[in-house]
Write a protein that binds this ligand. Sequence first.
Ligand SMILES: *Cc1c(COP(=O)(O)O)cnc(C)c1O
Length: 378
Amino acid sequence: MNETSTPSQSDRSDSPSAPVERIRTRACLEALPAYVAGKPPVDDGRRRYKVSSNESPYAPIPAVLEAATAALTAANRYPDMGVRALREALAARHDVTPEQICVSTGSTAVIADLVRAVVDPGDEVVYPWRSFEAYPIIVGAQGGTSIRVPLTARHEHDLSAMAAAITDRTRLVLLCTPNNPTGTALSDEAIAGFLRQVPQDVVVAIDEAYREFHEPATVADTTALFRDHANVILLRTFSKLQGLAGLRIGYGIAHPRLARALTAVTIPFGASAPAQAAALASLQPDVCEELDRRAAALRAERDRVQDALAADGWDLPRSQGNFVFFPLGEHTGQFAAFCDEHGLVVRPYGTDGVRVTIAEPEANDLLLEICRQWRSQA
Ligand SMILES: *Cc1c(COP(=O)(O)O)cnc(C)c1O
């Protein structure tokens, strides 16, 4: 950083000419953890791979890019607030009505809408931990109380502990499958058994951001679970396999009353016209075929990496996501720095472990190489 750059916000407010600031922000914000975004690679001239944010390594598909670009020509107009065309297409795909599709600026924003719709200050939200780091921020910002249920020793949801954590203050339970960052997934039977223990007035959200990377033969039939349970909402995104992370669009599939509640609280005109157009184009059959090929290729790469690591003696949780998790405990920071030195920008989580996105084969090969070096020097 340039030492002589302009003063920071706090420097300015400390200066004698700054106005005295007496505003009040909500007390619940004091305890909010910061969202740690995947680090961008530093530009020191050497090739680095950013495998810290579970992004798609593929460039946008031309037909999707064209649709988004065409929508830009009407950027002086507000987007369709009702997101009509996309919701109709998604409704047909999921066999629900368009009113049951709740679109927002990424599924993170849908989760925020959901929390705003069902959580009053002091209400409890139960979720596994470690899991998606946006959960505690969203719950805390709403004044809700996070009930974090530790993962099992095998880095899976502890569903019986989660069921036991439900009280009469619980309004919402979040399930994340495959779980970010550990990659472990929930089976049909496991989710169904859990749902039988949840009171019908408690909403259960199933966050499926990585669904397409799960082995298709064994992926949970969450659509059937949704149909059988009026308190279930499914969360999907276009950020991961569809590669639209930078355009911000995702959706929920909800039963009518909850869908109306989400629509009531969502920020109007959230999803931009280019994002809506790109998402709609992503549902066209030929684009879906290409996305299926990409999903298969990334699954094959993930399995290749996991098999190679297992052969080298690594004991990692079996991931069903587009990433692998190294539960390195106190060595987490050291391993992340080691990866960084060798050209891979990864995502460390405190003293829990390191998540590495499965990317282009060269990046995956580099990961295997770094892992071998790490073990040989350890
Ligand atoms: C990436 C991700 C999402 C979705 O992110 P958006 O870009 O906001 O759609 C949701 N849940 C989990 C667990 C994720 O990792």
